[in-house]
Write a protein that binds this ligand. Structure first.
Ligand code: K1U
Ligand code: ZN
Length: 194
């Protein structure tokens, strides 16, 4: 029996035709308490056209939500791949793709940010994390890169890398609050399932 199934959204991807006939797909998001969100994602073995298409679909899904980050597991794909774009409204888009990201350095300095999650819609909570992180990853070009991030990018990258390890931002709040959030989303999922 796959208990995860009962919470899963009915997968109804929508397609968007872009210039040059390219098709990008907006994928359904996996929502709490789906146990898929607790899976530990496996490394991407090869940066090929399938992975690049997946990254493009993730960006389209993130922009549609809208959000500033997305991990592959949030659309049900347990691979170590995430996308971010922290450009503000009115600014030019600045999509970034991180394949097999790893935090190789974290500052002792901490910062607090009110986080949200596309898999836990309309719930926000303050989370304290290292203020600056250095992230090693493979980019769209298939090459290794190092990014030193601070501010919102540092917070967002840590939130997304947590997703790759099955960790959610509600894991940093009190047990009582977390249980209340899970209870609320479990009830909502059961109501939608009928
Ligand atoms: O991983 C996710 O669920 C995406 C999440 C990323 C994130 C937000 C805040 C702090 C850390 C990580 C979101 O994008 S939630 C939506 C959101 O923050 C937002 C939506 C529209 C405009 C600006 C922000
Ligand atoms: Zn999230």
């Amino acid at each position: 029996m796959n208990i995860g199934r009962q919470y899963s959204a009915i997968p109804v991807p929508s397609e968007k035709e872009l210039r040059y006939g390219e098709i990008m797909t907006i994928k359904p998001l996996i929502i709490l308490p789906d146990p898929i969100l607790r899976q530990v994602s496996k490394p991407v073995e090869q940066v090929d056209s399938d992975i690049l298409k997946l990254a493009d679909d993730m960006l389209e899904t993130m922009y549609d939500a809208p959000g500033i980050g997305l991990a592959a597991i949030q659309i049900g794909i347990p691979r170590r791949l995430l996308v971010v774009d922290i450009a503000r409204e009115g600014e030019e888009k600045a999509p970034q793709v991180f394949i097999n990201p790893e935090i190789v350095k974290s500052s002792d300095e901490r910062s607090v940010y009110e986080e949200g999650c596309l898999s836990i819609p309309e719930y926000y909570a303050e989370v304290e994390r290292p203020a600056v992180v250095t992230v090693k990853h493979i980019g769209r070009d298939g090459k290794e890169h190092l990014v030193e991030a601070d501010g919102l990018l540092a917070t967002c990258l840590q939130h997304e890398i947590d997703h790759l390890n099955g960790v959610l931002f509600i894991d940093y709040i009190s047990r009582l609050k977390r249980e209340m959030v899970i209870k609320k989303f479990t009830k909502a999922a059961k109501t939608k399932a009928v």
